[in-house]
Ligand binder design. Sequence first.
Ligand SMILES: [Mg+2]
Length: 303
Amino acid sequence: VSLELDHIAWLRATRTSTGEVRVGVGDDAAVVDTPGSAIVVTTDLVCDGVHFCLETTTPERVGRKALAVNLSDVAAMAARPVAAFVSLLLPQSSPASLARDVTRGMRALAAQFQVPIAGGDTNTWPGKLVINVAVVGAPDDQGPLLRSGARPGDVLLVTGQLGGSLLGHHLDFTPRVHEALTLHSRYRLHAGLDLSDGLALDLRRLVQESGCGAEVFAASVPIAAAAHRLEDDRSALQHALGDGEDFELLLAVAPDVADLIVGDQPLPVPVTAVGRCVAGSDVWLVMPDGSRKPLPELGFQHQ
Ligand SMILES: [Mg+2]
């Protein structure tokens, strides 16, 4: 178990009264009840040398991504991002241009999604660049979309295509904010999350929170062209199941709703049925010949 997952488990096991925090640690974002409405809050921290490499990418792209991953988590709650807060921990030796370039990259995406950067903090230290972004979001009238609402019989849908994000998508992806809001306003969604650590791992998280199992149909998984271009010992399907940072949406909906969405194709990106929720707690991969085997625990585990 990674340090991060171990700490999340400890936080959940030892937390005390949640008061106005309707959903705390364990979903894509927290849900906090305020008088008259609820807000969602998410935060993410990325470090040079771990989540990105300033030697091989630009500060603008890094800044863009730091905001984009947070917008993706707000999208996963089917909420509209309202404001972003950005804290930078700059290497002591860095030029003044570094913070500005990071911010430029962030602002371009913030403008695209009309999310003001409303505050934050800036410090220096003897290490590498660290960026923390927090985003506050407003759920729509149906309330936030949680991980915990899936039930046996639900169909699993994904947006876009999966795998091979390492070849560039992980930096340049578009957070599925508009897609999530469109689907949530038009169709009844039971559960959802954003695919940050790979379908195999994130699906496990969704069904764990929902108290069910799942089947993924190997022949139905939409595989990105980049997953075919990666030449290593993994198949394109394995990349699509296991690669992290797709930042697509995984949704659970009733079968009749799935038929509607797949038929309507209401988004600029395809929506594909990739499996279904089943009773129990196991997660299966169903092969084209109908046989099934446990879905391998592929996936990007954070250190
Ligand atoms: Mg997430």
